[in-house]
Design a protein around this ligand. Structure first.
Ligand SMILES: NC(=O)c1ccc[n+]([C@@H]2O[C@H](COP(=O)([O-])OP(=O)(O)OC[C@H]3O[C@@H](n4cnc5c(N)ncnc54)[C@H](O)[C@@H]3O)[C@@H](O)[C@H]2O)c1
Length: 387
């Protein structure tokens, strides 16, 4: 394995929460990224309310967050189809409202122009170091070209196989190369996927020395969101959970990726962790992910919880969650980009634990959603106080 090298540096530009913020999406032509870019433009233009954006609710008033209209988008992708075409596909699948891609075509075109080829591409002969150097140069050019004060790199690329799985090879996973480039270019970093990203041992020391903030992993949008609410309920009501099983049916690019057992293993690790952290141990039961391409971006997540009541009485809770994955994820990505930009502007460094509210597999902090929300509000107060 080639060792990645390089020194972390900071982007120039003014401090404070009012500077121009870039959002660099790794996986910029995917469903989540396209929904983020089109959705941000729709909200900024007042075409749609910011439903699902926690940062647009009353407790965040006065927090120095970059407004949605000020965010500048760019990114990397290994695919090359036009963003407008991707948005039209999402609209014809009912993910984006009919007519939205046309209404925000200028914003989609601007983001499209700022997307650079990612890597490794098929047949790519570049080694890890060359890829990191290329990604870093792209990030620096984006910041310079758009006169940005800071850039938040957000990983929304396809889920990689879990480390140690058969599909992992001797190279660093691409998510680590992008995370390394973010550090070298002086960018904050958010990992919205279960991929390794900043969690690789080779990057940990560099991350600590960089003085940059980062957060992850894997956006909590559906089944795990419910688990982080329901599992504390069982614990608090002293109702032992005997088994917790789940099945997910989903299509789209994410469904196709998660048909690979290695990628599914990475995803399921985060889903199990919330149960371990809230119940004290993972109860018996498995989580399955089935790719049903006919569902497109819609996901059905079924949970079956066997629990015990007074005098050994045996009972069952079943939940069915039917959601549009990208519509659930996009407002969270926008929240995270804004909060991370504010954390960076405030000079915060290292893992931003209060952002655990958004993740399946957070960097420490409580596991129950209510406690995570309280932590997020305290973080908002802290950012407001630093203004
Ligand atoms: N939608 C949700 O609710 C949700 C929740 C949590 C996490 N996620 C994660 O978000 C990610 C994106 O989901 P999606 O539905 O947009 O998937 P998608 O398949 O539609 O998009 C992924 C994009 O990543 C690109 N890509 C793949 N390898 C790359 C590389 N090496 N460099 C740059 N780009 C690369 C692909 O070309 C594609 O455009 C997935 O990892 C998913 O697990 C989604």
């Amino acid at each position: 394995m080639e060792q990645v090298t390089g020194r972390a540096g900071h982007m120039g530009g003014g401090g404070g929460g009012d500077g121009r913020t870039g959002v660099w999406l790794v996986g910029a032509r995917g469903s989540v990224a396209t929904t983020v870019i089109a959705g941000c433009a729709a909200v900024a233009a007042g075409l749609h309310p910011p439903t699902g954006m926690v940062t647009e609710t009353a407790p965040f008033e006065g927090v120095p967050l970059p407004p949605p209209a000020s965010l500048v988008f760019g990114g990397h992708d290994t695919a090359s189809y036009p963003l407008l075409k991707r948005a039209e596909e999402l609209a014809s699948g009912g993910v984006l409202p009919y007519g939205l891609p046309h209404a925000v075509r200028a914003e989609l075109a601007a983001a499209d122009a700022a997307i650079r080829p990612g890597g490794p591409l098929p047949g790519d002969e570049r080694g890890d170091t060359e890829l990191v150097t290329a990604f870093t140069a792209d990030l620096r050019a984006f910041a310079r070209g758009h006169r940005l004060d800071r850039v938040v790199v957000v990983n929304v690329a396809s889920t990689e196989p879990a480390a140690g799985s058969e599909d992992a090879d001797e190279h660093l996973p691409p998510s680590c190369l992008y995370a390394h480039a973010a550090l070298r270019a002086g960018c904050s970093y958010v990992n919205f996927t279960p991929s390794t990203g900043m969690h690789h041992p080779l990057l940990q020391q560099m991350a600590v020395c960089s003085g940059l903030p980062y957060a992850g992993r894997d956006g909590k949008t559906g089944q795990t969101l419910l688990r982080s609410v329901l599992a504390p309920m069982f614990a608090q009501r002293a109702l032992p959970v005997r088994a917790w099983s789940g099945t997910n049916l989903l299509g789209g690019g994410d469904g196709a990726t998660l048909a690979d057992p290695g990628a599914a293993a990475a995803k399921n690790a985060g889903k199990a962790r919330v149960l371990a952290d809230t119940l004290g141990a993972v109860p018996p039961g498995e989580v399955h992910i089935d790719n049903v391409s006919a569902l497109g971006d819609w996901k059905t997540a079924w949970d079956h919880v066997a629990f015990e009541g007074f005098l050994g009485n045996r009972m069952i809770l079943q939940t069915v969650w039917q959601g549009c994955d990208s519509a659930l994820a996009a407002p969270l990505v926008l929240d995270l980009a804004r909060l991370m930009a504010a954390a960076h502007a405030a000079g915060l460094a290292g893992p931003i634990t209060p952002l655990g509210f958004y993740f399946k597999d957070p960097d420490g902090g409580p596991a129950a959603l209510a406690d995570q929300y309280a932590g997020l509000l305290a973080f908002a107060d802290d950012l407001r106080g630093r203004r």
